[in-house]
Design a protein around this ligand. Structure first.
Ligand code: UGA
Length: 387
């Protein structure tokens, strides 16, 4: 997509900040906001971009915060731009808009091209008109643009991720309960998801959520609430604690099954990325599972369709982990299989050859990929999440 648009002259890249600030009425700030040590979002890149725009702009600009930024950032951006204009002794008009991004990794282009909603937070009509014109090609048959005030738009981004993270942590907690009570969380999921007020999406129990967004945004919202509003986010604190614990559920199951000590045991591990269709291992559950297995004395052979290079960075000089170039090769000499990521290609393995390769015909499934009845009927012991 990039190559095609560059060739057509519609897209170019520059490191010349002055040129960039002159080009186009709408100026997107889409830089990183990594977590600070205390969990709050680090705003230095956003502020630097805002200052650069203020330094060089010569006509009306709509400055758009696309980065995930705490409530109040648009005001800070406005102040930074105004300060730069004042230094230059000019009074060029500009608007600041909050336009949070809701796309998912691995589905970024599709989510962007076919958005459920486009949230635009702005306090003036001219900016709203510019944003409406900009997004007109993505509206499809009905209006997906939701215009609101800036602070509400900024909070919407965190609220969406926090709500989704809450659903997952709640389902994970229910899964742990279901397991003890002899219920099956997958059946419970279907039972509650059929209520349109609840819905089926993001209701999958598993070995914990990871990635660069949910963990970071939940932390940042807890922090903003405490420092800027003096509010203790009780639900979100629990969501975070539940997820931190959930990342150890799989390791604990393995240890419990082998009597606590994994010395001399060797495990095949399928899936390193924090979710399917990405090589991203930021806050990935696999990191915790691998650490738990190694700490208990085991060795691991891991396979992932794309994240092996990334895993080598995460675990440098670690001779107790080796990597296989196929899911089947990972099973060689393994006592059991541990599944951490829900890759499509793990969905229907050759259970007969899997059973023949493993020393114990045993699968620990952190993503509930299989029908327990079917797997057990093949003579394979199956320990999943909440079933
Ligand atoms: C998330 C949101 O889904 C996007 O809407 C948002 O734009 C993005 O963060 C962001 O803030 O940039 P992403 O982190 O790419 O997207 O991945 P998700 O598909 O949301 O998955 C996050 C984690 O939750 C994964 O570890 C996944 O395995 C886990 N998950 C997801 C579950 O455990 N259960 C579910 O039912 C769904």
């Amino acid at each position: 997509m990039v190559r095609r648009n560059v060739a057509a002259g519609r897209l170019h890249f520059t490191t010349d900040v002055e040129k960039a600030a002159h080009f186009g009425t709408v100026q997107f700030i889409a830089v990183g906001t990594p977590p600070d040590e205390d969990g709050s979002a680090d705003m230095k890149y956003v502020t630097a971009a805002a200052r650069n725009i203020g330094k060089y702009m010569t006509d009306y600009k709509v400055i758009v915060d696309k980065s995930t930024v705490p409530v109040g950032t648009a005001d800070a951006v406005k102040a930074a731009v105004a300060e730069e204009l004042k230094k230059r002794g000019v009074d060029t008009p500009f608007s600041v808009v909050s336009n949070p991004e809701f796309l998912k990794e691995g589905a970024a282009i599709d989510d962007f091209m076919k958005p459920d909603r486009i949230v635009v937070g702005c306090d003036d009509e001219q900016a709203a008109l510019n944003m409406r014109a900009l997004y007109a090609p993505f509206q499809r048959n009905h209006d997906r643009l939701i215009v609101m005030d800036v602070r509400s738009a900024e909070l919407t981004k965190y609220a969406a991720n926090a709500m989704l993270a809450t659903r997952i942590s709640f389902m994970n907690e229910l899964a742990n309960l279901a397991e003890k009570l002899g219920a099956d969380i997958e059946q419970v999921r279907k039972g509650i998801g059929s209520d349109p007020r609840i819905g089926y999406d993001f209701l999958y129990a598993g070995a914990g959520y990871g990635g660069s967004c949910f963990p970071k945004d939940v932390k940042a919202l807890i922090k903003t609430a405490a420092t800027d509003a003096g509010i203790d986010m009780k639900v979100l604190n629990a969501v975070e604690a539940a997820n931190d614990a959930q990342k150890h559920v799989l390791g604990a199951k393995v240890k419990a099954r082998f009597g606590g000590d994994l010395a001399g045991k060797h495990f095949a591990l399928w899936g390193l990325a924090f979710k399917a269709n990405t090589d991203d291992m930021r806050e990935a559950t696999s990191r915790e599972v691998i650490k738990d297995l190694l700490d208990a004395g085991a060795t691991v052979t891991a396979y992932d369709p794309v994240a092996i290079a990334e895993a080598k960075h995460c675990f440098p000089n670690e001779p107790r982990i080796t990597y296989a170039d196929s899911q089947s090769a990972a099973l060689d000499n393994a006592d059991a299989l541990v599944i951490v990521t829900e890759w499509k290609e793990f969905r229907s393995p050759d259970f007969n050859s899997l059973k023949a390769k493993l020393k114990h015909p045993l699968i620990f499934d952190g993503r509930n990929m299989y029908d327990p009845k079917l797997v057990r009927a093949m003579g394979i012991e199956y320990l999943a999440i909440g079933r």
